[in-house]
Write a protein that binds this ligand. Structure first.
Ligand code: MN3
Length: 248
């Protein structure tokens, strides 16, 4: 139940979380499948990367992807499940946890955010070309004026965020699309942030997401990110959000 709930929250489907999007060897598939683990207590699930480490070259390099997924993201998952397993939170859904995170231990906020945010991040980039749906484009024009204005504002938000954190496109409770940023591993589902909403698109601008390839050139990384957005996933998240799947 917990895993099903979480997948629904993340806007993923069981199929898209498991099916590799690029051709790879059977050994590679087996190795990556063995990377996917779940907590036997809470049922929270650490998914394998949905493509090969090098799938996003030259935009994001394989070494960054491997370290980012297998070390950073897995570390957040391990810390989060260690903090909630054998506590009343082991049966609490992620949106419920995030909705009262201000009352919980900082490790829940930091590791829980890191666990959830990275799943969205992997899923909203891809080597496959895709396009915004007509429905999200229409909402983008309504709220931002044009696709290019959304792009410029999102890139600028990510570029100017001071320190480590994330930039987001969200759908708020009034069903308005908004761009927002969060520090550290906070996300828009948390009761500690100023602008809350359902995540539609996100970029990780911690230095570990880009420093090996781009060093201090965060803007170049953000420009590359924009070229590999997986609009199929973003379109799906938008559709779920407009149906009233308001979380938190
Ligand atoms: Mn990261």
């Amino acid at each position: 139940m917990k895993r099903r709930h979480f997948i629904s929250l993340a806007g993923l489907s069981a199929v898209s979380a498991c099916v590799p999007r690029t051709r790879k060897t059977e050994d590679k598939r087996k190795e990556e499948a063995s990377n996917a683990i779940s907590s036997p207590i809470s049922g929270h699930f650490f998914p394998a990367l949905p493509y090969a480490y090098n799938a996003l070259e030259p935009y994001i390099d394989a070494q960054t992807m491997e370290l980012h997924h297998d070390k950073h993201h897995r570390g957040y998952f391990n810390k989060f499940t260690a903090a909630i397993d054998h506590t009343p939170l082991e049966t609490t859904s992620l949106p419920e946890i995030f909705g009262k995170v201000s009352t919980l231990s900082p490790v829940i906020r930091n590791a829980g955010g890191g666990y959830y945010n990275h799943i969205l991040y992997w899923e909203n980039i891809s080597s496959e070309e895709s396009q915004p749906s007509a429905r999200i484009l229409s909402a983008i024009v309504k709220h931002f004026g044009s696709y290019n204005k959304l792009k410029n504002r999102f890139i600028n938000a990510a570029k100017t965020l001071f320190g480590s954190g994330w930039a987001w496109l969200i759908l708020d409770e009034n069903k308005d699309l908004k761009i927002t940023t969060t520090g550290n591993q906070d996300n828009p589902l948390m009761d500690v942030v100023n602008e809350r909403g359902i995540p539609i698109l996100t970029i990780d601008v911690w230095e570990h997401a880009y420093y090996l390839k781009y060093q201090n050139r965060r803007t170049d990384y953000i420009d590359s990110f924009w070229k590999i957005i997986n609009w199929k996933t973003v379109n799906k998240r938008f559709e779920k959000a407009v149906k009233g799947e308001w979380i938190g």
